[in-house]
Design a protein around this ligand. Structure first.
Ligand code: SF4
Length: 417
């Protein structure tokens, strides 16, 4: 896509903010500088061996994956690694994080993953640490593959919907065969190799009881757990919720809080767990933010998001979750063959993730929870033909959870000697 095409796309944008209305030039002139990327999501394989019914990549409106190479070609791998090295040198980065994703990244075996990470390590300047991980559905993780990944210093994260076959009923192979037996073997294998186990990523399904989900996942002995809200927005709201225009709701609004209730119950189980418990990122981040620390995740807080995606064809994209907003939402019009990552730093969609409170809509800017909530996950703020300057569609749920965590933490501090 040429620059001209890109500007035409912005003019007709389904997301006027930030694509049309965020004036990056004016921001730069006013002294707001770019925030370098530190996290590079590298797509290794563009297909998946599962057909999860809720998958936003393959079942959603964005079908760009069909036009992408199935496997990342070696030349693209080398060029992406050179660009990461260039970026690390330009910004004197002391570390970068590489996240290997798909589709299912292990569909091509561990070899391409190891080669991609090796290529990046060869390109970054001396003294720049490369932390590498792969996010997998686990079905192809053999002991041999894990040994190869561990030798290359690549840690493994598992995507699950809980720790039982029932929780994972929507995660099936294309034939309809359930994936759980194979995923469970991977979880057991990783539990035997804690140094290689990055943790479990679990999207909340209200049909699953929080106690069952948490207890069954803890039995898999992950070092960390991420509980994620499903990717919805004001135009495509969560199941059972009517689409709404947040500008007409008035804030705080009194919508039901099923996800906030689910998460509050999960928090209590975690908080009251008798043994030293697994790290649950969402809860840990909220507590840290309540105590005045900065956030280290994109789902809460106001810290800049420093992640960028490189697809199997070398295109430079914004985070995948934007695909749930509208087809093509992650597009920047840039690719590693022709463009540096510094050019991507001036894309309005990327800049919008660096502005903290200034990126939020009026409801959030005056909200007493804004410093902790941060407006919620950026993808969940979307309203068609308006864009991303709105509270998250889970606003009421986030408020419920944050107030609950705050009450529990304050009670604990008050009780301490
Ligand atoms: S999304 Fe978060 S910051 Fe915005 S109004 Fe709702 S609770 Fe407050």
């Amino acid at each position: 896509m040429s620059r001209g095409d890109l500007h035409a796309t912005r003019a007709e944008s389904p997301a006027p903010w930030p694509l049309r209305d965020l004036d990056v030039g004016a921001l730069r002139r006013s002294g707001v500088g770019p925030v370098p990327f530190r996290q590079f999501v590298l797509k290794v394989h563009s297909r998946c061996n599962l057909a999860c019914s809720y998958c936003y990549v393959y079942e959603g409106a964005d079908s760009t994956w069909r036009d992408r190479p199935v496997r990342v070609p070696p030349a693209t791998m080398r060029r992406a690694a050179e660009r990461i090295g260039e970026h690390a040198r330009t910004h004197r980065l002391s570390s970068v994080r590489i996240d290997l994703h798909g589709g299912e990244p292990l569909l091509g075996g561990p070899g391409p993953l190891v080669r991609y990470v090796d290529a990046v390590r060869a390109e970054v300047p001396a003294g720049c640490q490369v932390e590498a991980g792969v996010q997998t559905n686990g079905t192809l993780l053999t002991p041999q593959a894990l040994t190869r990944l561990a030798t290359a210093g690549i840690r493994v994260g598992l995507s699950l919907d809980g720790g039982t076959s029932q929780h994972n009923r929507l995660r099936a192979f294309h034939s309809g065969r359930p994936s759980w037996p194979a995923a469970m073997r991977a979880a057991r294998l990783l539990a035997e190799h804690p140094d290689s186990y990055a943790g479990v990523l679990c999207t909340i399904d209200l049909a699953n009881d929080p106690k069952d989900v948490l207890n069954s996942l803890l039995e898999l002995r992950p070092p960390g757990l991420d509980l994620l809200l499903p990717h919805n927005n004001w135009t495509v709201p969560p199941t059972g919720v009517a689409p709404a225009d947040p500008r007409k709701l008035g804030f705080p609004h009194s919508r039901a809080t099923p996800y906030g209730d689910w998460l509050a119950e999960a928090f209590d189980l975690w908080w009251e767990h008798p043994e030293p418990s697994v790290r649950i990122r969402l809860f840990g981040e909220i507590i840290a933010l309540l105590l005045g620390q900065p956030s280290a995740t994109e789902v809460v807080g106001l810290s800049p998001v420093a992640a960028v995606v490189i697809d199997t064809d070398g295109t430079i994209e914004q985070v995948d979750s934007l695909k749930t907003a509208y087809a093509g939402a992650p597009v920047t019009g840039l690719d590693v063959r022709h463009n540096s990552f510094d050019e991507a730093l001036d894309h309005p969609g990327i800049v919008a993730r660096h502005l903290g409170l200034d990126a939020l809509g009026p409801e959030c800017r005056t909200c007493p929870l804004a410093r902790v909530c941060g407006g919620g996950n950026y993808a969940h703020r979307y309203l068609a033909r308006s864009g991303f300057r709105h509270p998250t569609v889970y606003c009421a749920d986030m408020a419920r959870l944050i107030r609950h965590v705050s009450d529990r933490v304050l009670a604990e501090i008050g009780d301490s000697p």
